[in-house]
Ligand binder design. Structure first.
Ligand SMILES: Nc1ncnc2c1ncn2[C@@H]1O[C@H](COP(=O)(O)OP(=O)(O)OP(=O)(O)O)[C@@H](O)[C@H]1O
Ligand SMILES: [Mg+2]
Length: 230
């Protein structure tokens, strides 16, 4: 099958003052289109660093990242931003929704940035995403009037409005109770099946990992295990 993200010999070294710390060591990974993978590992093992590099938010010190057939080394900031906007949706542990806007407005913002207007098709997609998130009744609420779980589901809808090929999520259930966490997992599964979105989820939560088809464990910046569950 085709891979949508490939990491080849990725190293990451952070330099703080005169101190160099290597946090990723020769990472080689390939993710198939439409697959659903979790990345687990203890705090500080390098999961977020790896996710930022996969999402072109950060660059590797050595090695390369290929996204949807396009080699990213050497692309300038603008070209990377275009590739990112067209291909990848992000969900972070803290959702960064804009509190002075409604849930619907927050979800439409990435589409307004990409297309400079909101067309009927986008509004229909937003309605469908809110429906899938179980948020139809509250979609016009201000963010500040929503619960934590509702806010996190709104952030997922926002990440999906431009129909990205890839969704990268870093601890998407980090602040949620187990009921909300299970709900988000089943939403990911529905979206994966309905839109063929490739999911890569960084998590501490073994319940979330159990919902994915492949589980990669990172230890001290190296791949400790990579298990296909299907
Ligand atoms: N910008 C940075 N500058 C210097 N060191 C960093 C930077 N970002 C992360 N690190 C270091 O890299 C290592 C890996 O960090 P990372 O955030 O990738 O871990 P993580 O697995 O996501 O942890 P957590 O589960 O706590 O989120 C840590 O030792 C961290 O201190
Ligand atoms: Mg992290």
């Amino acid at each position: 099958m085709d891979s949508i993200i490939e990491l080849i010999g990725v190293d990451k070294i952070y330099t703080v003052g005169s101190v160099e710390t290597q946090v990723l060591f020769d990472i080689n990974l390939s993710f198939e289109k439409g697959s659903c993978t979790s990345i687990i590992g203890t705090s500080g093992s390098g999961k977020s660093t790896l996710m930022h590099i996969m999402g072109t938010l950060d660059t590797p010190t050595a090695g390369s990242v290929v996204i949807d057939g396009q080699k990213t080394d050497g692309l300038d900031g603008n070209a990377l931003a275009v590739l990112r906007n067209q291909t990848i949706g992000f969900v972070f542990q803290f959702h960064y929704l804009l509190p002075e806007f409604s849930a619907m407005e927050n979800v439409l913002i990435p589409s307004m940035i990409k297309n400079r207007k909101v067309d009927r098709q986008t509004l229909d997609r937003a309605d469908k995403l809110f429906d899938m998130m179980g948020l139809s009744a509250v979609k016009h609420y201000l963010i500040t009037k929503m619960s934590g779980g509702q806010q996190q589901r709104t952030a997922i809808a926002r990440a999906l409005i431009n129909n990205p090929k890839i969704l990268l999520a870093d601890e998407p259930t980090g602040n949620l109770d187990s009921e909300n966490s299970d709900r988000i997992c089943s939403i990911f599964r529905n979206i994966n099946q309905e839109f063929g979105t490739t999911f890569i989820v960084v998590t501490h939560d073994t319940r979330v990992a159990e919902h994915t088809d492949r589980v990669i464990t990172i230890k001290d910046g190296k791949i400790e295990s990579d298990i296909n569950r299907i």
